[in-house]
Design a protein around this ligand. Structure first.
Ligand code: SF4
Length: 445
């Protein structure tokens, strides 16, 4: 594609659209999930079907000014230990409600910065899980980590806990960018973490990079990717920065810097893609890259890759139970989110109530669309006659087809190479709830 046609596509389609880590998206969650209804979902879980557990640790030691997560900044450990004591109560409440052991495929610690928590507290979480869920040596334990808080002692302790995959928040190695976003972590610090992780036996290492941050240029991003490659992570996720200061006020602090525009961000994404693919990484979905030996690359090849609230995954579990503030549980027919309010979370658990706040029960139509949108986001192609109940939105699709973003032949809808950066726009055509004007999502590119 020529530069001018790329610019024309960006001008036309770079609008706020959901990331489709779920369908319906969290914007559609309502407040009418009762305790009884939730309890029924839990007691109905099949004791023979593996599920996964997500634990949210919403604490960090300093605020990155681009942050879009649910987290709290604290220099004191007391709020973290108090929170984890409450979280243990939540696990017990679930265990007692479910009433039987269920095998666990994955435990994922997300945040915030899960490695802010002391290892003994993470051990307490895992051992409480083990009283109610079947966690074995086959259970994969993943943890998101802030390299600035990752000491060799912590890494050794995580190995002893069974952690086998670590995702390091890198974002950018450039010092000017790091200062602008208030996250200074030199390359050498990350390199030390990677070396220690490998020395202790954790080889599945993921890097998260962010594109579109203040003061980034195509050259600085190129340099960051080359530095990342020098450490040979198994996977690299490259997320577009979501500037949503109406939801995250601290992001206004970034507006005093030069923020790359849509065309420049697009260029950065393309540059990163070319470098990584040229270096032997497989492009996965819209924003991930993985070595061929990695399980995510294999899942993509076999058509078994999934998309959930953590992004792209090879986790086959249909049920994910979320623990902690703001976490979301996913069931075949429902999503249920915990409260984001710490006092409400605590009081619910003192009163032995689930700390749930809102959610969504999926209709039969929602479930079919969820599957369609997930396959589009993962495979870039769907057979429309696999979804006979869904009337294809030809009015919108034909516009995308005319712009060369999709091809429709013999009932197969395929997103073209030039359309892939706009996959979320294609997915939005099948989302009857999406309101283009609502502006509650990050932009498409
Ligand atoms: S470490 Fe992550 S969660 Fe914590 S403030 Fe920075 S971006 Fe947000």
């Amino acid at each position: 594609m020529t530069n001018s046609s790329v610019e024309a596509l960006i001008a036309k389609y770079d609008r706020p659209v959901p990331r489709y880590t779920s369908f319906p998206t969290a914007v559609q969650f309502t407040h009418d999930i009762s305790q009884e209804r939730y309890r029924a979902l839990l007691t109905g879980l099949d004791p023979n079907e593996e599920l996964s557990l997500y634990v949210h640790i919403p604490f960090c030691h300093s605020l990155c000014h681009y942050c879009g997560c649910h987290t709290k900044i604290t220099a004191s450990y007391k709020p973290v230990s108090d929170y984890i004591r409450t979280l243990l109560k939540e696990i017990e409440l679930y265990g007692q409600a479910i009433g039987h052991m269920i095998p666990v495929a994955r435990v994922h610690f997300g945040g915030g910065s899960p490695n802010y928590a002391h290892s003994e507290d993470l051990f307490a979480i895992l051992s409480t899980f083990s009283r109610y869920f079947d966690i074995t040596e086959n259970t994969q334990i993943d943890m998101e980590c802030d390299p600035r808080l990752l000491s060799p002692e912590k890494i050794r302790a995580y190995c002893a806990l069974g952690v086998s995959r670590v995702s390091l928040g890198i974002q950018d190695f450039d010092e000017t960018v790091q200062c602008a976003i208030n996250r200074v972590q030199p390359y050498e610090q990350v390199k030390d973490c990677v070396q220690t992780l490998r020395a202790e036996g954790i080889h599945d290492i993921n890097f998260d990079l962010v594109v579109g941050l203040p003061e980034q240029t195509v050259e600085s991003v190129t340099q960051t990717v080359e530095q990342a490659l020098s450490l040979s992570p198994q996977r690299i996720a490259v997320f577009p920065y979501a500037h949503v200061p109406w939801m995250k006020k601290h992001q206004l602090l970034l507006e005093k810097f030069r923020l790359p525009g849509a065309a420049e961000r697009f260029d950065m994404m393309e540059t990163v893609r070319k470098i990584l693919v040229h270096s032997g990484y497989k492009a996965i979905g819209i924003d991930h890259y993985a070595l061929e030996s990695d399980t995510l690359a294999k899942a993509q090849e076999q058509g078994t890759m999934r998309r959930n609230f953590q992004g792209y995954t090879d986790d086959p579990s249909r049920t994910i139970l979320g623990f902690g503030l703001s976490s979301i549980s996913q069931f075949d027919g429902a999503y249920v989110q915990n409260t984001t309010d710490a006092p409400s979370y605590r009081s619910a658990l003192v009163e032995k109530r689930f700390p749930i706040k809102r959610g969504c029960v999926l209709s039969a139509d929602d479930q079919i669309r969820r599957s369609l949108i997930e396959r589009l986001m993962c495979d870039f192609v769907i057979r429309l006659d696999d979804y006979p109940q869904i009337a294809a939105p030809w009015d919108r699709l034909s516009l995308l087809e005319r712009d060369g973003m999709i091809e429709v032949k013999s009932n197969t809808l395929k997103i073209s190479e030039s359309g892939k950066p706009f996959t979320r726009v294609v997915a939005a055509c099948f989302d009857p709830y999406f309101q283009p004007e609502a502006g509650r999502h990050a932009k498409a590119v």
